[in-house]
Design a protein around this ligand. Structure first.
Ligand SMILES: [Zn+2]
Length: 292
């Protein structure tokens, strides 16, 4: 049983998943095939305070002062035992895609306008990316000793770095404020390519020409998307269902409401005091961020 010390992050992530599920919060593992038990410990922590309110549920075990595995904890600390998703099985990958698609929908509606892009690498760029990946691992391993998965991971790292540089250039050239969600997907030949949603927050300064020009490793395709088309984020998120290797990269707090609003909603929903969020959107969703 992995033990998570005092990290509010973990509990908040699970709260968020439960919110998106529209379920009670206790079956935090949802439809996962291999649920994992964790122990969550914290002091005076808002997330844990909320968890305490769910303690009437027998699947959630809360113990003040003492760790559930029998360790002593100072009395101001509390621990909770949760069963959570493995994040690796088929249903977990689907859930991950759902979470990111929902975040995408929230960002899409909130932004001024959004671009959908697909970025690929030319044969020369692939060659160079492979060399860079090879150089990066050369201290610890020989490239040819790595299996396909490990090679893919290393190459994907190089491409993500190039992608960050691309964003930097677009930001500098356009002066635009934008937010983004991108996923790297494995090609049939094992080489990743990138799918991207780029949201212009306030002014519309980014142009197709600029985007094409600044992706310098190969060809990129861009189009503007309809802010109210809730299928659009799935163009990016669907790759997350295919493989654990398809990683999402996004702006800080992408698609997430303020935490206070979140814990409020989740607390009530968990106690069955209000209908599931789907039927009765919380206030932060009502204010312009509801999908049509
Ligand atoms: Zn799972």
């Amino acid at each position: 049983m992995p033990v998570v010390f005092g990290s509010p992050h973990v509990a908040k992530v699970h709260q968020y998943a439960a919110l998106l599920n529209g379920t009670r919060a206790s079956p935090l593992h949802g439809d996962c095939k291999n649920p994992v038990g964790i122990e969550y410990r914290a002091g005076q922590d808002e997330a844990l305070h909320r968890l305490k309110r769910w303690s009437e549920d027998e699947t959630l075990d809360i113990a003040p002062g003492y760790g559930l595995v029998g360790d002593w904890l100072p009395s101001f600390r509390t621990s909770a035992s949760l069963t959570v998703r493995c994040r690796k099985c088929g249903p977990c990958l689907k859930q991950r895609a759902k979470v990111w698609a929902t975040r995408g929908q929230i960002e899409l509606v909130a932004s001024r306008r959004s671009w959908f892009g697909t970025l690929t690498l030319s044969p020369e760029s692939r060659f160079i990316a492979r060399l860079k990946a090879d150089a990066a691992v050369s201290n610890s391993a020989r490239w040819n000793d790595l299996d396909d998965t490990e090679q893919f991971k290393e190459i994907a790292k190089v491409i993500r770095r190039e992608f960050q540089l691309f964003l930097k250039r677009v930001r500098k050239q356009s002066g635009a404020r934008f937010r983004y969600l991108c996923t790297t997907e494995a090609h049939k030949d094992g080489f990743p390519h990138v799918h991207l949603l780029l949201h212009e927050v306030s002014e519309t300064r980014v142009t197709k020409r600029l985007l094409e020009k600044q992706w310098q490793l190969g060809i990129s395709h861009w189009r503007l998307v309809n802010n109210h088309d809730h299928k659009v984020p799935w163009y990016v998120a669907k790759y997350l269902t295919k493989s654990i290797l398809a990683k999402p990269v996004a702006s800080l707090r992408y698609g997430r409401p303020p935490l206070e609003a979140l814990t409020e909603t989740i607390g009530d929903a968990a106690l069955g005091r209000s209908p599931a969020p789907e039927n009765n959107p919380p206030s932060w969703l009502k204010s312009g961020a509801v999908h049509a």
